[in-house]
Design a binder for this molecule. Sequence first.
Ligand SMILES: [Zn+2]
Length: 184
Amino acid sequence: MEYFVLVNKDNTLDKTFVPDDLVDAKSRYKEGILVNKKLLDNFRLMAKDAYNLGYDIDIMSGYRDYFYQEKLYNKLLKEKGFAYTFRKIAKAGCSEHQTGLAVDLCVYRDGKCYIEEEIDEMEEGKWLRENAYRYGFILRYPRGLEDVTGYDYEPWHYRYVGQIANDIYFNNLTLEEYLEKTCK
Ligand SMILES: [Zn+2]
């Protein structure tokens, strides 16, 4: 699978699709989180540089198979209804978590773990937004580009795309726009 693979509401994955290069992220948040190996190598470099600045970041979610995503989607749908769910979580087959190339990040500070919207205003969240591209990651669902990505802003969701992260970051693009522009 190419690191720039696009998975969204219009570009879906089969029920049976399981990526082949998954490894254990050894996350402190939860045991058994799997992610793409190359992603993890680069995440470790990023986490190490962050740590040297006093920031402690970790992975709280990585690879999710089709059926787990289906469970998450249906749970939210039941609790919050369609209009909300549609903008918050991918239907099974439409989630890039199924590629193993997407992670949800959390921040540890003073013995406490911060997740999701909580990291937006934190220094760590800002540092990630400004530096993740150096390690091949992009903030996948940026603020203000909800109409392009189809999802609300998610300060915690990062996608490993490899080298093209540079172009995407400096040109303020989404993955959708980048791929359209370059006809990949
Ligand atoms: Zn996510």
